[in-house]
Design a protein around this ligand. Sequence first.
Ligand code: ATP
Ligand code: MG
Length: 583
Amino acid sequence: MIIKSHHDRVVKPNMEDYQQMYSRFSWDAAMDKLDMLPNGNGLNIAHEAVDRHVAGARRDHLAIRWLGKSGEVRDYTYTQLRGLTNHFANILQALGIGRGDHVFTLLGRLPELYITALGTLKNGSVFCPLFSAFGPEPILSRMTIGEAKVLVTTESLYRRKIAPIRESLPFLEHVILVGENHMHTSVPGTLDYHSLIYEASGQFIIPPTDPEDVALLHFTSGTTGKPKGAVHVHNAVVAHHVTGELALDLQDGDIYWCTADPGWVTGTSYGIIAPLTNGVTMIVDEAEFDTERWYRILQDQKVSVWYTAPTAIRMLMKAGADMARQYDLSSLRFLASVGEPLNPEAVIWSNEVFGTPFHDNWWQTETGGIMIANYASMDVRPGSMGRPLPGITASIVRKLDDDRIEEITEPGVQGELALRPGWPSMFRTYLNEPIRYHKCFADGWYLTGDLAKQGEDGYFWFVGRKDDVIKTSGHLIGPFEVESVLLAHPAVAEAGVIGKPDPVAMEIVKAFVSLKDGFEPGEELMLELLGFARSRLGAAVAPKEIAFVPSLPRTRSGKIMRRLLKARELGLPEGDLSTLENE
Ligand code: ATP
Ligand code: MG
Protein backbone atom coordinates (compact mmCIF):
# COMPACT_ATOMS: atom_id res chain seq x y z
CA MET A 1 0.00 0.00 0.00
CA ILE A 2 1.12 3.54 -0.75
CA ILE A 3 -0.23 6.78 0.70
CA LYS A 4 0.43 9.47 -1.86
CA SER A 5 2.33 12.53 -0.73
CA HIS A 6 0.17 15.55 0.00
CA HIS A 7 2.52 17.50 -2.20
CA ASP A 8 -0.21 19.30 -4.07
CA ARG A 9 -1.31 21.07 -0.92
CA VAL A 10 -1.26 24.83 -0.52
CA VAL A 11 1.94 24.73 1.53
CA LYS A 12 4.89 23.50 -0.48
CA PRO A 13 7.32 21.28 1.43
CA ASN A 14 10.82 22.66 2.05
CA MET A 15 12.20 19.73 0.10
CA GLU A 16 10.18 19.28 -3.07
CA ASP A 17 12.38 16.70 -4.74
CA TYR A 18 14.11 14.16 -2.52
CA GLN A 19 16.33 12.63 -5.20
CA GLN A 20 17.57 15.97 -6.35
CA MET A 21 18.28 17.18 -2.83
CA TYR A 22 19.97 13.90 -1.93
CA SER A 23 22.36 14.09 -4.86
CA ARG A 24 23.19 17.77 -4.35
CA PHE A 25 23.47 17.91 -0.58
CA SER A 26 26.71 18.53 1.28
CA TRP A 27 27.21 19.15 4.99
CA ASP A 28 29.66 21.95 4.18
CA ALA A 29 26.96 23.76 2.26
CA ALA A 30 24.44 23.05 5.03
CA MET A 31 26.72 24.93 7.39
CA ASP A 32 25.91 28.11 5.45
CA LYS A 33 22.36 27.97 6.75
CA LEU A 34 23.70 28.77 10.18
CA ASP A 35 24.73 32.17 11.41
CA MET A 36 27.96 31.39 13.33
CA LEU A 37 29.14 33.51 16.26
CA PRO A 38 30.21 37.06 15.45
CA ASN A 39 33.89 37.82 14.79
CA GLY A 40 34.73 34.29 13.73
CA ASN A 41 34.17 33.00 17.26
CA GLY A 42 32.86 29.64 16.13
CA LEU A 43 29.55 27.85 16.36
CA ASN A 44 27.30 27.73 19.40
CA ILE A 45 23.94 25.96 19.52
CA ALA A 46 22.30 28.59 21.73
CA HIS A 47 23.34 31.42 19.45
CA GLU A 48 21.72 29.63 16.51
CA ALA A 49 18.61 28.80 18.54
CA VAL A 50 18.02 32.17 20.16
CA ASP A 51 20.34 35.12 19.66
CA ARG A 52 20.50 35.07 15.88
CA HIS A 53 16.73 35.60 15.68
CA VAL A 54 16.87 38.58 17.99
CA ALA A 55 19.11 40.36 15.53
CA GLY A 56 16.54 39.79 12.78
CA ALA A 57 12.87 39.86 11.95
CA ARG A 58 11.88 37.24 14.51
CA ARG A 59 12.89 39.28 17.52
CA ASP A 60 9.31 39.60 18.78
CA HIS A 61 8.15 36.26 17.45
CA LEU A 62 6.84 33.78 19.99
CA ALA A 63 9.56 31.20 20.66
CA ILE A 64 7.97 29.12 23.41
CA ARG A 65 4.41 28.84 24.59
CA TRP A 66 4.37 26.95 27.86
CA LEU A 67 1.19 25.24 29.01
CA GLY A 68 1.13 24.48 32.72
CA LYS A 69 -0.51 21.41 34.17
CA SER A 70 -3.32 23.41 35.70
CA GLY A 71 -4.10 25.70 32.81
CA GLU A 72 -1.51 28.43 33.22
CA VAL A 73 0.05 29.78 30.00
CA ARG A 74 3.41 31.51 29.73
CA ASP A 75 4.77 32.99 26.52
CA TYR A 76 8.38 33.76 25.68
CA THR A 77 9.45 35.70 22.62
CA TYR A 78 12.90 35.16 21.14
CA THR A 79 14.03 38.43 22.73
CA GLN A 80 12.76 37.40 26.15
CA LEU A 81 14.42 34.03 25.76
CA ARG A 82 17.71 35.71 24.94
CA GLY A 83 17.47 37.79 28.11
CA LEU A 84 16.65 34.87 30.39
CA THR A 85 19.29 32.58 28.93
CA ASN A 86 21.84 35.37 29.27
CA HIS A 87 20.90 35.65 32.93
CA PHE A 88 21.42 31.94 33.39
CA ALA A 89 24.77 31.94 31.58
CA ASN A 90 25.89 34.75 33.88
CA ILE A 91 24.84 32.73 36.91
CA LEU A 92 27.05 29.86 35.83
CA GLN A 93 29.93 32.15 35.08
CA ALA A 94 29.66 33.77 38.50
CA LEU A 95 29.72 30.33 40.11
CA GLY A 96 32.97 29.54 38.31
CA ILE A 97 31.34 27.00 36.02
CA GLY A 98 32.88 27.10 32.59
CA ARG A 99 33.63 25.37 29.34
CA GLY A 100 33.08 21.62 29.41
CA ASP A 101 31.62 21.53 32.94
CA HIS A 102 28.55 19.34 33.23
CA VAL A 103 25.27 20.99 34.19
CA PHE A 104 22.48 18.52 34.94
CA THR A 105 18.76 19.16 35.18
CA LEU A 106 16.20 17.14 37.03
CA LEU A 107 13.11 19.11 36.14
CA GLY A 108 9.65 18.56 34.79
CA ARG A 109 8.85 20.39 31.57
CA LEU A 110 9.05 23.82 33.19
CA PRO A 111 10.17 26.96 31.35
CA GLU A 112 13.28 26.97 33.57
CA LEU A 113 14.36 23.68 32.02
CA TYR A 114 14.54 25.30 28.60
CA ILE A 115 16.26 28.40 29.96
CA THR A 116 18.82 26.27 31.79
CA ALA A 117 19.52 24.21 28.67
CA LEU A 118 20.17 27.20 26.44
CA GLY A 119 21.97 29.25 29.12
CA THR A 120 24.28 26.31 29.79
CA LEU A 121 25.13 26.04 26.10
CA LYS A 122 25.77 29.77 25.89
CA ASN A 123 28.27 29.44 28.68
CA GLY A 124 30.12 26.67 26.85
CA SER A 125 29.11 24.18 29.54
CA VAL A 126 27.59 20.78 28.83
CA PHE A 127 23.84 20.26 29.20
CA CYS A 128 22.78 16.92 30.62
CA PRO A 129 19.05 16.46 31.15
CA LEU A 130 17.64 13.78 33.42
CA PHE A 131 14.06 12.63 33.33
CA SER A 132 12.33 14.05 36.41
CA ALA A 133 10.52 10.80 37.20
CA PHE A 134 13.81 8.92 37.72
CA GLY A 135 14.30 7.54 41.22
CA PRO A 136 17.46 8.17 43.30
CA GLU A 137 19.33 5.15 41.86
CA PRO A 138 19.28 6.10 38.16
CA ILE A 139 19.95 9.71 39.14
CA LEU A 140 22.95 8.71 41.23
CA SER A 141 24.45 6.49 38.54
CA ARG A 142 24.05 9.07 35.77
CA MET A 143 25.31 11.97 37.84
CA THR A 144 28.29 9.91 38.93
CA ILE A 145 29.20 8.77 35.41
CA GLY A 146 28.56 12.31 34.19
CA GLU A 147 30.54 14.01 37.00
CA ALA A 148 27.77 16.55 37.52
CA LYS A 149 29.09 19.88 38.80
CA VAL A 150 25.77 21.72 38.84
CA LEU A 151 22.25 20.41 39.25
CA VAL A 152 19.13 22.45 38.57
CA THR A 153 16.04 20.91 40.13
CA THR A 154 12.94 21.80 42.14
CA GLU A 155 12.63 21.97 45.89
CA SER A 156 10.38 18.95 46.13
CA LEU A 157 12.51 16.82 43.78
CA TYR A 158 15.55 17.87 45.76
CA ARG A 159 14.08 16.84 49.08
CA ARG A 160 12.79 13.53 47.78
CA LYS A 161 15.56 12.40 45.47
CA ILE A 162 18.76 14.39 45.84
CA ALA A 163 19.13 15.18 49.54
CA PRO A 164 19.33 11.45 50.40
CA ILE A 165 22.17 10.87 47.90
CA ARG A 166 23.93 14.23 47.98
CA GLU A 167 26.83 12.92 50.08
CA SER A 168 27.54 10.36 47.38
CA LEU A 169 27.97 13.02 44.70
CA PRO A 170 31.50 14.31 45.29
CA PHE A 171 31.69 16.31 42.06
CA LEU A 172 28.50 18.21 42.70
CA GLU A 173 29.41 21.80 43.60
CA HIS A 174 26.10 23.64 43.27
CA VAL A 175 22.43 22.80 43.44
CA ILE A 176 20.06 25.44 42.11
CA LEU A 177 16.41 25.11 43.11
CA VAL A 178 13.52 26.32 41.01
CA GLY A 179 10.65 27.27 43.32
CA GLU A 180 7.03 26.42 42.55
CA ASN A 181 5.16 29.32 40.93
CA HIS A 182 8.20 31.61 41.00
CA MET A 183 8.44 31.29 44.78
CA HIS A 184 11.84 31.70 46.37
CA THR A 185 13.38 28.73 48.12
CA SER A 186 15.71 28.60 51.10
CA VAL A 187 16.96 25.08 51.54
CA PRO A 188 20.36 24.79 53.24
CA GLY A 189 23.14 23.88 50.84
CA THR A 190 21.27 25.08 47.77
CA LEU A 191 20.88 28.25 45.73
CA ASP A 192 17.64 29.90 44.74
CA TYR A 193 17.11 30.05 40.96
CA HIS A 194 14.79 33.03 40.98
CA SER A 195 17.00 35.23 43.19
CA LEU A 196 20.03 34.37 41.07
CA ILE A 197 18.19 35.17 37.84
CA TYR A 198 16.95 38.42 39.29
CA GLU A 199 20.44 39.49 40.35
CA ALA A 200 22.30 38.38 37.22
CA SER A 201 22.86 40.65 34.25
CA GLY A 202 20.87 40.18 31.05
CA GLN A 203 23.94 40.95 28.95
CA PHE A 204 26.17 38.06 27.99
CA ILE A 205 28.67 37.55 25.23
CA ILE A 206 28.96 33.93 24.19
CA PRO A 207 32.61 32.91 24.54
CA PRO A 208 34.41 31.51 21.49
CA THR A 209 32.98 28.04 20.86
CA ASP A 210 34.74 25.47 18.76
CA PRO A 211 32.23 23.39 16.76
CA GLU A 212 33.87 20.35 18.33
CA ASP A 213 33.33 21.60 21.91
CA VAL A 214 31.15 19.20 23.86
CA ALA A 215 27.60 20.51 24.23
CA LEU A 216 25.27 17.69 25.23
CA LEU A 217 25.48 14.52 27.25
CA HIS A 218 22.55 12.19 26.68
CA PHE A 219 21.96 8.87 28.31
CA THR A 220 20.28 6.34 26.01
CA SER A 221 16.86 4.95 26.82
CA GLY A 222 18.29 1.73 28.22
CA THR A 223 15.82 -0.39 26.30
CA THR A 224 18.32 -3.19 25.82
CA GLY A 225 20.56 -2.70 28.81
CA LYS A 226 22.56 -0.29 30.91
CA PRO A 227 22.22 3.29 29.59
CA LYS A 228 25.25 4.77 27.86
CA GLY A 229 26.25 8.44 27.98
CA ALA A 230 26.41 9.67 24.40
CA VAL A 231 28.55 12.78 23.95
CA HIS A 232 27.53 15.40 21.36
CA VAL A 233 29.22 18.62 20.23
CA HIS A 234 28.04 22.08 19.16
CA ASN A 235 28.44 21.14 15.51
CA ALA A 236 25.39 18.87 15.97
CA VAL A 237 23.26 21.95 15.47
CA VAL A 238 23.93 21.75 11.73
CA ALA A 239 22.11 18.41 11.63
CA HIS A 240 19.39 19.53 14.03
CA HIS A 241 18.68 22.54 11.87
CA VAL A 242 18.73 20.70 8.56
CA THR A 243 16.56 17.82 9.78
CA GLY A 244 14.09 20.33 11.24
CA GLU A 245 13.87 21.81 7.78
CA LEU A 246 13.92 18.69 5.61
CA ALA A 247 12.49 15.90 7.76
CA LEU A 248 10.01 17.84 9.93
CA ASP A 249 9.33 20.42 7.21
CA LEU A 250 9.40 23.30 9.72
CA GLN A 251 8.39 26.53 8.01
CA ASP A 252 7.92 30.17 8.94
CA GLY A 253 4.84 30.66 11.08
CA ASP A 254 4.57 27.04 12.14
CA ILE A 255 3.25 26.12 15.56
CA TYR A 256 5.22 23.02 16.41
CA TRP A 257 4.69 20.51 19.18
CA CYS A 258 7.22 17.83 20.08
CA THR A 259 5.71 15.78 22.87
CA ALA A 260 8.99 14.21 24.05
CA ASP A 261 10.56 15.13 27.37
CA PRO A 262 14.04 16.68 27.10
CA GLY A 263 15.19 13.87 29.43
CA TRP A 264 15.38 11.89 26.17
CA VAL A 265 17.35 12.94 23.15
CA THR A 266 14.23 13.65 21.06
CA GLY A 267 13.07 16.19 23.61
CA THR A 268 16.34 18.10 23.25
CA SER A 269 17.25 17.76 19.56
CA TYR A 270 13.65 18.30 18.44
CA GLY A 271 11.99 19.65 21.59
CA ILE A 272 14.46 22.54 21.99
CA ILE A 273 17.13 22.96 19.34
CA ALA A 274 15.67 22.27 15.88
CA PRO A 275 12.43 24.23 16.32
CA LEU A 276 14.26 27.25 17.69
CA THR A 277 17.04 27.31 15.09
CA ASN A 278 14.27 27.15 12.49
CA GLY A 279 12.56 30.10 14.18
CA VAL A 280 9.13 28.56 14.75
CA THR A 281 6.88 28.73 17.81
CA MET A 282 7.12 25.63 19.96
CA ILE A 283 4.55 24.36 22.40
CA VAL A 284 5.71 22.88 25.69
CA ASP A 285 3.14 20.98 27.69
CA GLU A 286 4.00 20.35 31.30
CA ALA A 287 1.41 17.59 31.73
CA GLU A 288 1.67 13.89 30.90
CA PHE A 289 -0.22 12.16 28.10
CA ASP A 290 -3.97 12.54 28.19
CA THR A 291 -6.07 11.95 25.11
CA GLU A 292 -8.50 14.80 25.57
CA ARG A 293 -5.87 17.25 26.73
CA TRP A 294 -3.73 16.47 23.71
CA TYR A 295 -6.56 16.93 21.23
CA ARG A 296 -7.46 20.18 22.95
CA ILE A 297 -3.88 21.43 22.65
CA LEU A 298 -3.71 20.52 18.98
CA GLN A 299 -6.97 22.36 18.38
CA ASP A 300 -6.61 25.42 20.60
CA GLN A 301 -2.96 26.09 19.85
CA LYS A 302 -3.49 25.46 16.14
CA VAL A 303 -0.53 23.09 16.01
CA SER A 304 0.70 22.67 12.44
CA VAL A 305 3.64 20.28 12.89
CA TRP A 306 3.40 17.53 15.48
CA TYR A 307 6.20 15.14 16.45
CA THR A 308 5.30 12.29 18.78
CA ALA A 309 5.85 8.58 19.40
CA PRO A 310 4.13 5.30 18.51
CA THR A 311 2.96 4.59 22.08
CA ALA A 312 1.03 7.83 22.16
CA ILE A 313 -0.41 7.20 18.71
CA ARG A 314 -1.56 3.74 19.78
CA MET A 315 -3.26 5.29 22.82
CA LEU A 316 -5.07 7.75 20.58
CA MET A 317 -6.15 4.87 18.37
CA LYS A 318 -7.38 3.05 21.44
CA ALA A 319 -9.55 6.03 22.34
CA GLY A 320 -11.05 5.85 18.86
CA ALA A 321 -11.50 8.02 15.79
CA ASP A 322 -14.76 9.47 17.10
CA MET A 323 -12.97 11.20 19.90
CA ALA A 324 -10.52 12.81 17.43
CA ARG A 325 -13.42 13.99 15.29
CA GLN A 326 -14.85 16.04 18.15
CA TYR A 327 -11.97 18.48 17.70
CA ASP A 328 -11.03 20.88 14.94
CA LEU A 329 -7.61 19.61 13.94
CA SER A 330 -7.52 21.36 10.59
CA SER A 331 -4.31 23.26 11.42
CA LEU A 332 -2.28 20.04 11.37
CA ARG A 333 -0.06 19.96 8.30
CA PHE A 334 2.73 17.49 9.06
CA LEU A 335 2.79 14.57 11.50
CA ALA A 336 5.94 12.69 12.45
CA SER A 337 6.75 9.81 14.77
CA VAL A 338 9.91 8.36 16.27
CA GLY A 339 11.23 6.06 18.97
CA GLU A 340 9.84 2.71 17.97
CA PRO A 341 8.64 1.17 14.76
CA LEU A 342 5.36 2.69 13.70
CA ASN A 343 2.90 -0.04 12.80
CA PRO A 344 1.28 0.29 9.34
CA GLU A 345 -2.10 0.25 11.05
CA ALA A 346 -1.20 3.49 12.86
CA VAL A 347 -0.11 5.17 9.62
CA ILE A 348 -3.33 4.25 7.85
CA TRP A 349 -5.46 5.22 10.84
CA SER A 350 -3.84 8.63 11.13
CA ASN A 351 -4.30 9.30 7.44
CA GLU A 352 -8.01 8.59 7.79
CA VAL A 353 -8.49 10.54 10.99
CA PHE A 354 -6.20 13.54 10.49
CA GLY A 355 -6.23 13.67 6.72
CA THR A 356 -2.47 13.18 6.66
CA PRO A 357 -0.43 10.18 7.81
CA PHE A 358 2.17 10.01 10.54
CA HIS A 359 5.60 10.10 8.93
CA ASP A 360 7.83 7.60 10.69
CA ASN A 361 11.48 8.46 11.12
CA TRP A 362 14.37 6.55 12.57
CA TRP A 363 17.35 7.64 14.62
CA GLN A 364 19.12 6.99 17.91
CA THR A 365 20.67 8.86 20.81
CA GLU A 366 24.00 8.09 19.15
CA THR A 367 23.08 9.66 15.81
CA GLY A 368 21.92 12.85 17.53
CA GLY A 369 19.37 13.59 14.82
CA ILE A 370 17.01 12.06 12.29
CA MET A 371 18.79 9.73 9.85
CA ILE A 372 16.05 7.96 7.91
CA ALA A 373 12.67 9.53 7.34
CA ASN A 374 9.45 9.80 5.44
CA TYR A 375 9.48 13.30 3.98
CA ALA A 376 6.54 15.56 3.22
CA SER A 377 7.10 15.35 -0.52
CA MET A 378 7.49 11.56 -0.63
CA ASP A 379 4.83 8.87 -0.83
CA VAL A 380 4.47 6.95 2.42
CA ARG A 381 4.66 3.18 2.50
CA PRO A 382 3.01 2.33 5.82
CA GLY A 383 5.43 0.36 7.98
CA SER A 384 8.54 1.72 6.29
CA MET A 385 10.79 4.16 8.11
CA GLY A 386 11.54 5.96 4.86
CA ARG A 387 14.77 6.95 3.15
CA PRO A 388 18.13 8.30 4.32
CA LEU A 389 18.44 11.98 5.02
CA PRO A 390 20.34 13.92 2.37
CA GLY A 391 23.95 13.79 3.59
CA ILE A 392 23.54 10.31 5.07
CA THR A 393 24.67 7.05 3.51
CA ALA A 394 22.76 4.13 4.96
CA SER A 395 23.09 0.50 4.04
CA ILE A 396 22.17 -3.00 5.08
CA VAL A 397 25.29 -4.97 5.93
CA ARG A 398 26.49 -8.26 7.28
CA LYS A 399 29.61 -8.84 9.32
CA LEU A 400 32.13 -11.20 7.75
CA ASP A 401 34.39 -11.08 10.78
CA ASP A 402 35.33 -8.51 13.41
CA ASP A 403 36.95 -6.19 10.88
CA ARG A 404 35.15 -6.85 7.65
CA ILE A 405 31.71 -5.78 6.57
CA GLU A 406 29.86 -6.70 3.44
CA GLU A 407 27.05 -4.59 2.04
CA ILE A 408 23.91 -6.49 1.13
CA THR A 409 22.78 -5.07 -2.17
CA GLU A 410 20.00 -7.52 -2.85
CA PRO A 411 16.67 -5.84 -2.03
CA GLY A 412 14.52 -7.28 0.75
CA VAL A 413 17.32 -9.18 2.47
CA GLN A 414 17.68 -8.32 6.11
CA GLY A 415 20.92 -7.40 7.84
CA GLU A 416 22.27 -4.81 10.22
CA LEU A 417 21.49 -1.19 9.51
CA ALA A 418 24.78 0.70 9.10
CA LEU A 419 25.65 4.34 8.45
CA ARG A 420 28.76 5.98 7.04
CA PRO A 421 30.16 8.10 9.89
CA GLY A 422 30.84 11.78 9.51
CA TRP A 423 27.59 13.72 9.91
CA PRO A 424 27.69 16.63 12.39
CA SER A 425 25.41 15.24 15.12
CA MET A 426 27.21 11.90 15.32
CA PHE A 427 28.13 11.09 18.92
CA ARG A 428 31.82 11.58 19.65
CA THR A 429 32.09 8.86 22.28
CA TYR A 430 30.28 7.11 25.10
CA LEU A 431 31.42 8.97 28.19
CA ASN A 432 34.26 7.05 29.85
CA GLU A 433 33.56 3.99 27.72
CA PRO A 434 35.89 4.26 24.71
CA ILE A 435 35.94 0.52 24.11
CA ARG A 436 32.18 0.30 23.93
CA TYR A 437 32.29 3.24 21.52
CA HIS A 438 34.90 1.67 19.23
CA LYS A 439 32.91 -1.54 19.10
CA CYS A 440 30.18 0.36 17.25
CA PHE A 441 32.42 0.77 14.21
CA ALA A 442 33.86 -1.63 11.66
CA ASP A 443 35.28 -1.33 8.19
CA GLY A 444 34.30 2.30 7.81
CA TRP A 445 30.71 1.83 9.02
CA TYR A 446 28.82 2.77 12.14
CA LEU A 447 26.79 -0.28 13.16
CA THR A 448 23.44 0.67 14.66
CA GLY A 449 22.52 -2.57 16.44
CA ASP A 450 19.19 -2.58 14.56
CA LEU A 451 18.20 -5.01 11.83
CA ALA A 452 16.46 -3.74 8.74
CA LYS A 453 16.01 -4.35 5.04
CA GLN A 454 15.80 -2.11 2.03
CA GLY A 455 13.27 -2.36 -0.75
CA GLU A 456 13.96 -1.98 -4.47
CA ASP A 457 12.60 1.53 -4.30
CA GLY A 458 15.18 2.48 -1.67
CA TYR A 459 12.80 2.57 1.30
CA PHE A 460 14.09 1.07 4.54
CA TRP A 461 12.04 -1.32 6.68
CA PHE A 462 12.80 -1.89 10.35
CA VAL A 463 13.01 -5.53 11.42
CA GLY A 464 14.02 -5.33 15.08
CA ARG A 465 16.78 -4.61 17.50
CA LYS A 466 19.50 -7.21 17.13
CA ASP A 467 18.84 -8.36 20.69
CA ASP A 468 15.11 -8.71 20.14
CA VAL A 469 15.18 -10.82 17.01
CA ILE A 470 13.66 -14.27 17.33
CA LYS A 471 15.33 -17.38 15.93
CA THR A 472 12.82 -20.07 15.23
CA SER A 473 13.16 -23.22 13.12
CA GLY A 474 15.82 -21.66 10.94
CA HIS A 475 13.98 -18.34 10.48
CA LEU A 476 14.88 -14.95 11.84
CA ILE A 477 11.79 -13.07 12.86
CA GLY A 478 11.54 -9.44 13.85
CA PRO A 479 8.97 -8.82 16.60
CA PHE A 480 7.69 -5.72 14.79
CA GLU A 481 6.21 -7.71 11.91
CA VAL A 482 4.27 -9.96 14.26
CA GLU A 483 3.18 -7.10 16.52
CA SER A 484 1.93 -5.12 13.55
CA VAL A 485 -0.31 -7.97 12.39
CA LEU A 486 -1.78 -8.43 15.87
CA LEU A 487 -2.42 -4.70 16.03
CA ALA A 488 -4.51 -4.93 12.90
CA HIS A 489 -7.07 -6.97 14.87
CA PRO A 490 -9.87 -4.76 16.24
CA ALA A 491 -9.47 -6.06 19.81
CA VAL A 492 -5.75 -5.37 20.15
CA ALA A 493 -4.42 -2.14 21.65
CA GLU A 494 -0.77 -3.14 22.02
CA ALA A 495 1.41 -6.15 21.43
CA GLY A 496 4.93 -7.13 22.49
CA VAL A 497 6.52 -10.19 20.93
CA ILE A 498 9.46 -12.24 22.20
CA GLY A 499 11.27 -15.49 21.46
CA LYS A 500 10.69 -18.13 24.13
CA PRO A 501 13.32 -20.87 24.24
CA ASP A 502 12.09 -24.16 22.88
CA PRO A 503 13.95 -27.50 22.68
CA VAL A 504 12.79 -28.20 19.14
CA ALA A 505 12.43 -24.89 17.36
CA MET A 506 15.19 -23.08 19.32
CA GLU A 507 12.68 -20.33 20.06
CA ILE A 508 8.95 -20.02 19.63
CA VAL A 509 7.15 -16.76 19.03
CA LYS A 510 5.21 -15.59 22.06
CA ALA A 511 3.01 -12.51 22.08
CA PHE A 512 1.87 -10.38 25.00
CA VAL A 513 -1.27 -8.52 24.12
CA SER A 514 -3.25 -5.75 25.80
CA LEU A 515 -6.82 -5.21 24.67
CA LYS A 516 -8.89 -2.21 23.72
CA ASP A 517 -11.72 -1.17 26.02
CA GLY A 518 -14.76 -3.37 25.59
CA PHE A 519 -12.83 -6.59 24.88
CA GLU A 520 -12.34 -9.33 27.46
CA PRO A 521 -9.39 -11.70 27.53
CA GLY A 522 -10.30 -15.36 27.25
CA GLU A 523 -9.73 -18.64 25.48
CA GLU A 524 -12.01 -17.76 22.61
CA LEU A 525 -10.30 -14.46 21.81
CA MET A 526 -6.91 -16.11 22.16
CA LEU A 527 -7.78 -18.75 19.58
CA GLU A 528 -9.17 -16.08 17.31
CA LEU A 529 -5.97 -14.02 17.53
CA LEU A 530 -3.77 -17.06 16.95
CA GLY A 531 -5.82 -17.86 13.84
CA PHE A 532 -5.84 -14.23 12.70
CA ALA A 533 -2.04 -14.02 12.95
CA ARG A 534 -1.51 -17.40 11.33
CA SER A 535 -3.65 -16.54 8.32
CA ARG A 536 -1.61 -13.40 7.70
CA LEU A 537 1.89 -14.44 8.74
CA GLY A 538 1.94 -18.16 8.06
CA ALA A 539 2.56 -20.86 10.62
CA ALA A 540 6.33 -20.32 10.76
CA VAL A 541 6.14 -16.69 11.83
CA ALA A 542 2.81 -16.47 13.69
CA PRO A 543 2.85 -16.61 17.49
CA LYS A 544 2.38 -20.02 19.07
CA GLU A 545 1.43 -18.55 22.40
CA ILE A 546 -0.49 -15.46 23.40
CA ALA A 547 -0.77 -14.03 26.90
CA PHE A 548 -3.15 -11.21 27.76
CA VAL A 549 -1.72 -8.45 29.93
CA PRO A 550 -3.26 -5.19 31.16
CA SER A 551 -0.32 -3.22 29.78
CA LEU A 552 3.21 -3.77 28.47
CA PRO A 553 6.39 -2.76 30.30
CA ARG A 554 7.82 0.36 28.73
CA THR A 555 10.71 2.71 29.12
CA ARG A 556 9.78 6.17 30.29
CA SER A 557 10.39 7.32 26.75
CA GLY A 558 7.58 5.00 25.70
CA LYS A 559 9.34 1.98 24.20
CA ILE A 560 8.16 -1.55 24.77
CA MET A 561 10.79 -3.39 26.85
CA ARG A 562 10.81 -6.80 25.21
CA ARG A 563 13.90 -7.86 27.13
CA LEU A 564 11.87 -7.47 30.32
CA LEU A 565 8.92 -9.45 28.96
CA LYS A 566 11.42 -12.14 28.15
CA ALA A 567 13.25 -12.07 31.47
CA ARG A 568 9.95 -12.33 33.31
CA GLU A 569 8.75 -15.13 31.10
CA LEU A 570 11.90 -17.09 31.81
CA GLY A 571 12.23 -16.14 35.46
CA LEU A 572 15.61 -14.55 34.77
CA PRO A 573 17.07 -11.45 36.49
CA GLU A 574 15.29 -8.37 35.23
CA GLY A 575 18.51 -6.40 34.68
CA ASP A 576 18.76 -2.62 34.67
CA LEU A 577 15.28 -1.20 35.27
CA SER A 578 16.26 2.41 35.75
CA THR A 579 14.26 3.60 32.77
CA LEU A 580 11.20 1.41 33.36
CA GLU A 581 7.98 3.35 33.57
CA ASN A 582 5.84 2.41 36.57
CA GLU A 583 3.47 -0.28 35.49
P1 ATP B 1 19.67 1.42 24.62
O1 ATP B 1 20.57 1.60 23.43
O2 ATP B 1 20.25 1.94 25.87
O3 ATP B 1 19.10 0.05 24.73
P2 ATP B 1 17.60 2.72 23.09
O4 ATP B 1 18.28 2.14 21.91
O5 ATP B 1 16.16 2.42 23.27
O6 ATP B 1 18.38 2.35 24.42
P3 ATP B 1 17.45 5.36 21.98
O7 ATP B 1 18.72 5.85 21.43
O8 ATP B 1 16.53 6.33 22.61
O9 ATP B 1 17.76 4.29 23.09
O10 ATP B 1 16.60 4.63 20.88
C1 ATP B 1 17.06 4.35 19.58
C2 ATP B 1 16.48 3.05 19.13
O11 ATP B 1 15.05 3.11 19.10
C3 ATP B 1 16.86 2.65 17.73
O12 ATP B 1 18.12 2.03 17.68
C4 ATP B 1 15.72 1.71 17.34
O13 ATP B 1 15.92 0.43 17.88
C5 ATP B 1 14.55 2.35 18.02
N1 ATP B 1 13.86 3.26 17.07
C6 ATP B 1 13.87 4.60 17.07
N2 ATP B 1 13.10 5.08 16.07
C7 ATP B 1 12.62 4.02 15.41
C8 ATP B 1 11.77 3.85 14.28
N3 ATP B 1 11.26 4.88 13.64
N4 ATP B 1 11.51 2.59 13.88
C9 ATP B 1 12.02 1.54 14.54
N5 ATP B 1 12.81 1.63 15.61
C10 ATP B 1 13.11 2.86 16.05
MG1 MG C 1 20.30 1.96 21.46
